[in-house]
Design a protein around this ligand. Structure first.
Ligand SMILES: [Zn+2]
Length: 356
């Protein structure tokens, strides 16, 4: 026991010392802009070794992305996971939690890190919170896309339906006036189901574009790095990352009820982005550096807008839409289980923020 306490004291002291020295070094670093945008050499920085790890990374990340995004698509074959079953609602809540955490825990902090970097001039980058400003605007733009595309579709649809409906009413009226009201209900119900499907489609597509930004960026920074010590452990983290995120996206693609062709395109697009980012990073590794001012600004602004989009989508289109919907509102028990699932998904993805 005494030995254990001693050990504890020593580690605490060591940790304190480490914090102290790193703080001093941190301060020295902040004054040194010369290091920004330059490649380091020696120690972990071994180009050949790093390249081998990157090849492994490309393959394993590709496979885990495909598995992740396809998993929800194949659940249709399992009766308990049909869209109208309780278990499906709970699994979808888990996926929504993953998307929420991707926005808040992965993309937004990345953007802060980029745009508040000491490698950028203090004016204007550290004088104004660009990250939150761009994220806010992006959330508004997402709302606009959402509302305009719905309105546009609805108008078009009403015109077509109006012609059909008027024809039908005339038909019914000429036979039996009593049936008229009932017929109207059927058309209403049909319209609701259809606008729900359209919402799901808009959500799936906008969501994919938001996730793709993050996937390319994490691939890019891995591809451009030649730090072999970091890349190897990062592979496993990125595989899990893509697996989880793929499941979140896959759930939304499933609900969009696309045909095989569009589904395949969306699966391919998501799965290929991180490997594509790595390849791009390798190709640009001589000119691209994570902390060059241009890269920081471009990636930081992209991350900020993708964060706003993901946060809006997760909260409004996925979580609020489900939790305020008829199915969850009708049962407290299902609501509680769904919240547990949201917390699990968001918690797991938050934990992963430690690595990527
Ligand atoms: Zn991430």
């Amino acid at each position: 026991m005494a030995k254990f306490t001693n050990f504890h004291v020593i580690t605490t002291l060591l940790l304190l010392l480490l914090c102290f020295t790193s703080q001093i070094y941190g301060k020295e670093d902040s004054g040194d802009l010369g290091k920004c945008g330059k490649k380091l050499h020696g120690g972990c920085h071994d180009k050949a070794k790093a390249f081998k790890s990157k090849l492994i990374a490309i393959f394993s990340i590709l496979v885990s992305s495909i598995i992740g995004v396809c998993l929800p698509l194949f659940t249709q074959a399992i009766p308990a996971l049909q869209p109208d079953k309780n278990l499906f609602v709970i699994v979808k809540a888990l996926a929504s939690g993953v998307i929420l955490a991707t926005g808040y825990m992965h993309v937004l902090p990345d953007s802060f890190q980029d745009l508040w970097s000491i490698c950028l001039p203090e004016r204007p980058w550290r004088k104004f919170p660009f990250t939150t400003f761009v994220a806010m605007l992006s959330a508004l733009v997402t709302l606009m896309i959402d509302s305009f595309s719905m309105a546009c579709y609805r108008k078009k649809n009403d015109e077509i339906k109006g012609i059909l409906f008027n024809g039908a009413v005339k038909d019914v009226k000429s036979k039996n006036i009593g049936v008229h009201h009932h017929h109207g209900d059927v058309v209403e119900g049909f319209k609701d189901a259809e606008s729900q499907l359209l919402r799901n489609r808009v959500v799936a597509q906008v969501l994919e574009s938001g996730i793709v930004v993050h996937s390319v960026v994490i691939g890019l920074s891995m591809g451009a790095s030649d730090n072999a010590c970091i890349i190897r452990p990062l592979i496993a983290a990125l595989c899990f990352h893509q697996l989880f995120e793929g499941m979140g996206l896959g759930g939304c693609i499933l609900q969009a009820e696309y045909g095989l062709k569009i589904k395949a395109i969306m699966v391919f697009f998501f799965s290929a982005t991180t490997p594509f980012g790595i390849v791009l990073g390798i190709g640009l590794s001589n000119v691209y550096s994570d902390d060059s001012p241009t890269a920081l600004i471009v990636v930081g602004l992209l991350n900020a807008s993708s964060a706003g989009l993901l946060n809006y989508m997760a909260l409004v289109d996925l979580l609020a839409a489900d939790f305020m919907g008829a199915k969850l509102q009708s049962s407290y028990q299902l609501q509680i289980w769904s919240y547990v699932a949201v917390l699990l998904g968001a918690g797991g993805m938050s934990l992963m923020a430690k690595w990527a």
